[in-house]
Design a protein around this ligand. Structure first.
Ligand code: 5GP
Length: 193
């Protein structure tokens, strides 16, 4: 319970409306799309166990929803990488902050990512996991920005292509906040400029 009596489940973009510019994807649209993505992944991985590798912290929501919408046998592991500092621009350097506990040798790996912007983080991760001898490495990302369309990284499963704005919600943060928004919204420029 919050002080004003609302439950966590009631928290949505309305509660922080003054911080946000506009909602671009509602919670309902996200959950419908996750179910479609899960069905496609199940069909593509039929008969094979898949290792879902979630990229912390942003992918916690999509990992949680996608994995529960899937019917394939799956295991989950997590990596934490850093390409962004405390701000809205990529630093351009990817560092592993937390590595997998699973050996990916001969495993079918599906990287689960919140958003692809420049594609830098993902291209690093894909090459890194292939280098460890994974049988296959594919990517599922909930959101993709236009810049990612011109990078070499192949994202097999995409939730939504979105405009080139800084967005928050559904796991995506700004300085640690807003991850618990159910909707995804463009952060108001007055919050960081
Ligand atoms: P890339 O390496 O593709 O440029 O960036 C990927 C990472 O940057 C994402 O996993 C996410 O953490 C962060 N990122 C990129 N765009 C956004 C955005 O619009 N909002 C938030 N909150 N994070 C973003």
């Amino acid at each position: 319970m919050f002080n004003n009596g609302t439950r966590l489940a009631d928290v949505d973009a309305n509660y922080v409306a003054a911080d946000l510019d506009r909602v671009i994807t509602t919670a309902d649209e996200i959950s419908d799309r996750v179910i479609e993505m899960a069905a496609q992944i199940d069909s593509d991985y039929a008969g094979r166990d898949v290792l879902l590798v979630g990229v912390l912290n942003g992918a916690v929501m999509v990992m949680s929803d996608l994995s529960r919408a899937m019917q394939s046998h799956l295991t989950m592991d997590w990596m934490a990488v850093s390409s962004y500092g405390a701000g809205t621009k990529s630093s351009g350097v990817v560092r592993i902050l937390k590595d997998l506990t699973t050996d990916v040798l001969d495993r079918h790996v599906l990287i689960v990512e919140d958003i692809v912007d420049t594609g830098l983080t993902l291209s690093y991760l894909v090459e890194n996991l292939k280098g460890r001898g994974a049988a296959s490495v594919e990517v599922a990302a909930m959101f993709r920005k236009p810049a990612a369309l011109t990078t070499a990284v192949d994202v097999k499963y995409i939730g939504f292509d979105i405009p080139n704005d800084f967005v928050v919600g559904y796991g995506l943060d700004f300085n640690g906040r807003y991850r618990n928004l159910r909707d995804v919204a463009v952060l108001g420029k007055h919050m960081y400029s």
